[in-house]
Every structure is written in C-alpha cells, then in structure tokens.
Design a protein around this ligand. Structure first.
Ligand SMILES: N[C@@H](CCC(=O)N[C@@H](CS)C(=O)NCC(=O)O)C(=O)O
Length: 202
C-alpha cells in the first residue's frame, strides 16, 4: 500500500493527503516527528536526503517533494484529468507548480512557518510578499474558475493549501475575492481534505 511520510501541520504534506483523498487512493500515513528531529535521522534521510516531508513510498518507488508527488499520483491514478497530457496543458500546470514552490513558498507558506515554528524571516516583509502574490492570483482568477485549465488540476492542489492557511497567520484574503471564490470552489470537491489549523496556542 502507498505510504505517505506526513506531518499534520505541514501544508506541503496536506497537498498530498488532499490529492490521495480526491483520487480515492488507499494509503497509510506515517507521522514524522519534526519537533523531535526524526527527519534528520539516518532512516528518514535515506528516503529524502533533504530531510523534509512529504515523502511518498509506493513499493520500490520513493518520491520526495510535494510537486513531484502530485505529478506521480496524477499520472498514476488521475485518469488524465488532474495533469493534462498535451504540451500546452502540461506546461500550464507546470507554471503553477513552479509558483507553488517559489512565490507561495516564500510568501504564505513562510508566514505559516514563521508563526508556528519560529522559522527565520521578517514576518511583516513576508506578509507583504504574500499579499503581492495573492494579488497576482486574484487577477488571474478574475475570468477563470481554476488556475491552469477549465477543470481542477494539481496546479490548484499545489497552491491551495498555504493560501487557505494564510488567514490563520495574519494574511487576510479580504482584498482577494477571486481567490476566496476559488478556495470555496475547490473545497466543495468530493473528498477534499480541510487544511490544518494552527494549535490553540498561536
Ligand atoms: N519543496 C518541498 C518543501 C518541503 C518542506 O519544506 N517540508 C517541511 C515541512 S512543510 C519540512 O519537512 N521541514 C523540515 C526541515 O526543513 O527541517 C516540498 O514541496 O515538498
């Protein structure tokens, strides 16, 4: 059975839990104790030398990095709908996977890890950066329902988690109605998994 090395407060891991659920793929979750440093132990580093979750294990195949795992799952179980096979269609999805790994990772995602895990970074500057990124998403979503195609794809799954988690760490979506509508649209999909909330102490 597919095994996901997971951490419940990780948006990157949430993306994978979400797609597994949307696709109805049976799987087992293994919670990695990031607080206790389990991800820096040799057993975990063998699966991902970068020492990060998520990691997916499917028999002999080990895949690290949330975007790569989304591609793997979409190709294997997505029946061609979650990752288009034509040249332009796949390129459009890859554009937004890159956005998730750069602009969203350095904006909304960084705001989350600064607030929850005291990660290095200037929280105000990161929130400003997050708002700049959200303005671009909002303009892009003004005349379309989903980021990369006329249906949901892994582009949406890759970007949704940290954007939906952002209000909990002080990045309001008030000024971005198209982003809010996109989140609502996605969250109505059968099998969609709710994003994690910060622990009460935050
Ligand atoms: N590019 C990676 C980033 C993964 C990542 O940042 N994982 C975090 C949790 S969200 C982690 O494991 N952090 C532990 C560390 O870096 O020490 C992905 O998209 O999967």
């Amino acid at each position: 059975m597919i095994r996901l090395y997971d951490f419940h407060l990780s948006g990157n891991a949430h993306k994978i839990r979400n797609l597994l659920s949307l696709l109805g793929v049976e799987h087992e979750l293994v919670d990695v104790d990031l607080g206790g440093g389990e991800h820096r132990q040799p057993a975990f580093l063998e699966r991902n030398p970068f020492g990060q979750v998520p990691v997916l294990v499917d028999g002999e195949i080990v895949v690290r990095d949330s975007s790569a795992i989304l591609v793997y799952l979409a190709r294997k179980f997505g029946r061609g709908t979650w990752l288009p096979v034509d040249a332009e269609g796949e390129a459009r999805v890859q554009e937004w996977l890159a956005t998730a790994s750069t602009n969203v990772a350095e904006g909304p995602a960084r705001a989350w890890i600064i607030a929850l895990f005291d990660a290095p970074g200037d929280a105000d500057e990161v929130r400003d950066r997050a708002r700049d990124t959200l303005a671009i998403f909002d303009a892009h979503l003004a005349d379309r329902d989903f980021l990369a195609a006329d249906r949901p794809t892994i582009a949406d799954i890759a970007n949704h988690s940290y954007i939906a988690m952002a209000p909990a760490v002080g990045v309001t979506l008030e000024d971005f109605p198209n982003v809010r509508a996109w989140i609502e649209r996605l969250e109505k999909l059968p099998g969609f998994v709710a994003v994690p909330l910060p622990p009460e102490s935050i």
